[in-house]
Design a protein around this ligand. Structure first.
Ligand SMILES: [Zn+2]
Ligand SMILES: [Zn+2]
Length: 130
């Protein structure tokens, strides 16, 4: 693929891209951040994502990406953090399996309720006109 000039998604500077959205400096910084997270969690296995974000002054998105890609596990760190709803230890996403299931069921039920209302309203109008 031909290289072309574009703005870095991280720092906004122009750089020659062959498809990536980050400039070499930002990619290097991301690697360093990832390394720092792995080291930090290795030293503080009980830390929460917020602790990591606060102590290392990095974005939560990077921490979550590392966790979701299983990078901490690959580094030999069995990292867990609490489910946002019930506090059960989880290793990816925002909720534990059972909370995720419940939320999904609630959304489906909500949608079914909305869909069920519409035809009934239509029926009533038909009755009035007929
Ligand atoms: Zn950049
Ligand atoms: Zn939960």
């Amino acid at each position: 693929m031909a290289e072309k000039l574009r703005n870095c998604k991280g720092c906004g500077k122009l750089f020659m891209s062959s498809g990536g959205v980050f400039c070499p400096a930002c990619i290097e910084k991301q690697h360093q951040d990832e390394q720092r997270i792995v080291e930090y969690v290795g030293e503080h296995p009980d830390s929460t994502i917020l602790d990591i974000v606060k102590d290392l002054e990095i974005s939560e998105a990077i921490v979550r990406r590392l966790i979701e890609e299983g990078r901490l596990l690959q580094a030999g760190i069995d990292y867990h953090y609490p489910c946002a709803k019930c506090g059960a230890p989880i290793v990816s996403g925002q909720y534990c399996d059972s909370c995720a299931e419940q939320l999904k069921a609630a959304i489906v039920a909500e949608r079914a309720k909305r869909d069920a209302i519409k035809p009934r309203v239509g029926m009533r109008y038909q009755n009035y006109s007929g």
